[in-house]
Design a protein around this ligand. Sequence first.
Ligand code: NBP
Length: 470
Amino acid sequence: QKTEIGVIGLAVMGRSIALNMADHGFKVGGYNRSGKVTDEMVKEYPHENFVPFYDMKSLVASQERPRRFLIMVKAGNPVDMVIEQLASLLDEGDMILDGGNSYFEDTRRREKSLKAQGIYYFGTGVSGGEHGARFGPSIMPGGDESAYRHIAPVLEAIAAKAKGEPCCAYMGPDGAGHYVKMVHNGIEYADMQLIAEAYLLLKYAGGYTNEELADIFEAWNEGELKSYLIEITARILREADDYAQGELLDHILDSAGQKGTGRWTSLESLRQGVNVSMITAACNARIMSNRIEERKAAQSLINGSPNRPAVDKGAFADKVRKGLYTAKIVAYAQGFDLLRHASAEYGWDLNYGRIAAIFRAGCIIQAQFLDEITKAFDKDSELSNLMLDSYFLEGINQGKESLQNILCLGIQNGIPLPAMSQAEAYIDASRGMPVGANLIQAQRDCFGAHTYERTDREGIFHHDWGQDNE
Ligand code: NBP
């Protein structure tokens, strides 16, 4: 039977995306290494437009040229193994898309090597989890621009729609799509950490009950914080436990998992010399959360906060909302700053407004806020920092005092607020406050003759600081 596209890897994501394509009228061929998985899929989710295959050769033979394949297998070696098998069966002009969470450097390597064989390779970021893949994810394809038109009709049909527009757009050459997905995930880490910190403040400094908290998050979801993550937080806070008393949230272990895309973003930012301190803080917060035993053991050893100030419950929630919004602006400013540097470094010519636009639906960080990011970059595509756009500047200037207030209160209450603290530090460093680097330069010159520059004269200077400075 003839097919129009092949999906390789039919686990949760591959199966969902294949069915999504089938729903949109594409004849989809599906193949999974273990045939059992394919059988189960066909049995549980039969679809007239889905054709199962049990070897790659027949899958390839079922398509007219140029052929199109989407690989949805575990990131890493499995992708290379599938490519090796698949590429040997393909002809010049055929296309392979990798929809998994592949590391962008792997994507660059694979794209280059397949190009030499005349095969177009698209590293394609897909966000939205199982539900997104099934009913409309946000899709970030990167690869050869001239070949994009061959895959665009399928990707744009299955993508989520925001105000009628598909949340899928060509990102740039080679690893650009997977890079954007990586930064998306990094921002997601920071966004989630900020919400967790707002929750901690409201719960432990504000003394709100879960029900009150759910009402607060629901109300926030009507305003500038409106987003998928705020919406599910309100829902989570209301969820009753079916095993013990109260809400499920209070019975979930205080230890968060991570699969590594946040860490990749953080490591990459250091390589690029870009400060994404809030993403790094979010990674570190998860690392600390995993130290359950150490945290328990030190509980009675390290002093808490003896003088916990009283909180005006009524006004507090509003301050937390403003502080959270301010910090959120900084998290996105940092993420987009990394994209800007990467674009220059790798020669991608990324379109930041378009990137924000495809995050508006389907993905985890979807939010009203993203419309404003698109507007900011449409106004000025060379905008050096999102915080400096007039809309966001107003947000920062209006919310900064609240951020400072809730930070002070949180710290006095002994509540760890790593991401919010980084937001404040970033704002203060950005607004030209001295950062102490004059002293660091003096120390470097003192112990290592590393020289320094002066504020009042051109040139490179070295000072004889006296003894003990070899
Ligand atoms: P998994 O990441 O759990 O991978 C399982 C799939 O990989 C199965 O089809 C398995 O085949 C196949 N596979 C493996 Br493992 N090694 C293979 C090999 N050497 N050759 C061929 N196939 C191999 O699946 P997933 O959760 O559906 O995710 C797929 C991709 O999408 C991943 O990169 C993931 O990071 C990404 N992603 C996932 C989500 C999500 O919410 N889950 C969201 C966004 C992106 P088998 O059945 O024969 O073992």
